[in-house]
Design a binder for this molecule. Structure first.
Ligand code: AMP
Length: 285
């Protein structure tokens, strides 16, 4: 849209949302941490095609980063993001400062139980509490009818869907497919950290997921066996260090020792210093 608006203050964002709702406009919302790529843009395009107005938030949320993680280095380029968001069909970009989001020390948090006990939640204690708290705040500020999330962060989407159901947030969650580079690597703002050699080796995430899918299709049912073969492939890449590989129930996220029905195959791998995640849902038979 030509006249895309940049809004920094939560109060102004709230007022814009109120006005839109009063005139019966359907608001689509795409929360992001910025440094936009085609994964984000696919969510923005879907919102623009399904809703009257699309709001994109760009906010690197300190609450969801643990000590020693990449909060300070996280790539940021608002100018570039504004151009990309506008071209994809965004009408409003909400990009608050830390002071505007957290004017005083937070004493209130949203915490979903159980779902963060697996996968990334184990490796990043407090991460999902930070995510649900900021997403809850953003939902209250923007007041969307629909919010768009990517399958790439599958656990995050499950946690947020559960929060929306449990706490009666008046909106619908749309979960959309992972957008990949030509060689299969899931798009991520963190891919910008990779040097050329690491970028080549990062392909091993999707290669190992596809290997798992093939084994399952060919009849392997033992999760340990599948994880072992994935691990063997991953460790052939010098820069790769496995954080976790898991085969889980796609709804509860509980680990499954046997592949029965649909499964989530998910992993996190360090490529050099960069932690990347990816997953596939493999349909059972
Ligand atoms: P982030 O900026 O990384 O917090 O991501 C913001 C939203 O974009 C989340 O809903 C992500 O799941 C989604 N997203 C990130 N990467 C991709 C991708 N490669 N394909 C689809 N959605 C993505």
């Amino acid at each position: 849209m030509l006249n895309m608006k940049l809004v920094k203050s939560p109060r102004q964002m709230r007022r814009i949302g109120d006005e839109l709702r009063q005139t019966g406009k359907k608001i689509g919302f795409v929360p992001t941490m910025g440094y936009l790529h085609d994964g984000h843009l696919s969510l923005i395009r879907s919102s623009a095609s399904e809703c009257d107005v699309t709001v994109v938030s760009i906010y690197v949320n300190p609450l969801q980063f643990g000590p020693g993680e990449d909060l300070q280095r996280y790539p940021r380029d608002l100018k570039r993001d504004l151009k990309l968001a506008a071209a994809a069909g965004a009408d409003v970009v909400f990009a608050p400062s830390d002071k505007q989001m957290y004017p005083e020390r937070m004493l209130s948090f949203i915490e979903v139980e159980k779902l963060p006990d697996y996968l990334c939640g184990v490796r990043r204690p407090g991460h999902f509490r930070g995510v649900t708290t900021v997403v809850g705040k953003l939902f209250n500020i923007v007041g969307p009818d629909r919010a768009y999330f990517g399958n790439k962060d599958y656990q995050q989407a499950r946690v947020i869907s559960r929060m929306v159901n449990d706490l009666n947030f008046p909106l619908k969650i749309r979960l959309l497919p992972t957008i990949r580079e030509a060689d299969g690597l899931a798009m991520s703002s963190r891919n910008a950290y990779l040097n050329e050699e690491e970028r080549r080796q990062a392909r091993v995430l999707i290669e190992s997921l596809r290997l798992a899918r093939r084994l399952i299709r060919e009849g392997t049912r033992n999760s340990e066996k599948i994880k072992k073969v994935m691990g063997q492939l991953i460790t052939t890449r010098k820069s790769a260090k496995i954080d976790y590989i898991q085969i889980s129930d796609p709804l509860t996220l509980e680990p499954k020792t046997k592949v029965v029905g649909d499964v989530l195959v998910a992993l996190a791998v360090f490529i050099g210093k960069t932690r990347l995640i990816d997953n596939l849902i493999v349909k059972g038979n």
